[in-house]
Design a protein around this ligand. Structure first.
Ligand code: KG4
Length: 332
């Protein structure tokens, strides 16, 4: 079964062709990072305009790379939300146009289901499992009894992890998106600043990162005012140590509580080297841990093609051409 995956929920225009929910025949990603870098973050209006400029070429390239014809596609899977509404509208309409032109069935896919199913490309997903989803807009702990059965057990009460990374990076003068830069510098520094580990006292599996983010900002601000030198590498290492300790320990705690052996990690922040290292270091062979390779961690259409394949297998309910984009959408 050949699925055409289409994604643009933020600042990447991506089209992919995936065979049988596993084999990625093409995965073209046009990133707008260079365009938004000078603004220190994504400007939604500029993002949607650039999706319009790029989308046709990205479609064409995906077919060229996969060496197949549009007529060969069996199903179109497109990100319907959540995300920036202008960005989503461009691809939802592009995917619907393709479906109409070639008379192909279409389904709308949840962006976060896409991140989770990025794990099915290089590994076999095993159930039941606990998924830690960490991206620029979301931080969630999800219990999955089986394919497409999502139960959100915990989520952030304030900032998403990726958002906290990007804000910390900005304060210490690193370019957007800051996550990869903080990660790199963290590996050149030591955890010497005494930053808080926020576990929340209500015993829940929720997260909070705004206090940690403010602690870094205040520390930096006070040092600047006093004319003291800030060791940026050590500050990044301390921030990363605090974030990864809480993420990893809470994920293990939930896996133990639910009595599951399988853990999957997903979303842009799953590209973080420090997070991977801590998961491996603290595992002691207790759990099977799956983390996608970096190219499938951040936004891409292959993950949407894979999620679309499993969504259709679990419930072959198709959308029609009234399918619309939605900025806020619960993972059901
Ligand atoms: O999943 P994603 O590509 O987009 C969303 O759906 O949000 O995630 C983007 C986020 C950004 O906040 C970026 O800074 C973060 O993922 N990120 C990282 C790393 N690579 C990307 N954060 C920490 N360490 C990384 N290596």
């Amino acid at each position: 079964m050949l699925v055409l995956g289409v994604e643009s929920s933020c600042d990447e225009t991506s089209v992919s062709i995936v065979k049988d929910g596993k084999v990625v025949l093409s995965n073209v990603i046009n990133s707008q990072i260079k365009i938004h870098e000078k603004f220190g973050g994504v400007v939604p209006e500029i993002a949607s305009r650039n999706h319009i400029y790029q989308v046709t070429m990205v479609f064409e390239q995906a077919f060229k790379d996969a060496k197949i014809k549009p007529e060969d596609i069996d199903l179109v899977a497109v990100t319907k939300g959540p995300g920036l509404i202008g960005s989503l509208l461009v691809v939802v309409n592009a995917a619907k146009t393709f479906a109409m032109m070639y008379n192909k069935p279409i389904i709308g896919v949840h962006h976060l289901a896409g991140h989770i199913y990025a794990n099915a490309i290089e590994h076999d997903m095993k159930f039941p499992c606990v998924a830690l989803l960490v991206s620029g807009g979301n931080t969630e702990l999800i219990y999955m009894e089986d394919h497409f059965k999502f139960e959100i057990i915990g989520e952030t009460l304030d900032d998403a992890v990726g958002e906290a990374y990007d804000k910390v990076a900005r304060v210490v003068g690193l370019p957007y998106p800051g996550g990869p830069h903080v990660d790199r510098l963290a590996h050149e520094g030591k955890d010497t600043y005494n930053l808080p580990r926020v576990y929340l006292e209500d015993g829940s599996f929720n997260f909070s990162f705004s206090g940690l983010k403010s602690a870094v900002i205040n520390l930096h601000h006070n040092a600047m005012q006093r004319g003291e030198e800030i060791r940026i590498n050590d500050l990044c290492a301390s921030f990363q140590a605090s974030v990864t300790e809480v993420l990893v320990r809470k994920t293990f705690m939930l896996a133990e509580k639910m009595n599951v052996k399988n853990i999957i990690v997903a979303g842009g922040v799953s590209a973080n080297k420090g997070l991977k290292e801590r998961f491996m270091a603290e595992n002691n062979d207790r759990f099977n841990i799956s983390i996608p390779s970096i190219k499938y961690c951040t936004d891409n259409a292959a993950m949407i093609g894979v999620a679309g394949y499993y969504q259709y297998k679990c419930n072959p309910k198709l959308d029609d051409l009234t399918l619309n984009a939605t900025a806020s959408l619960e993972l059901e």
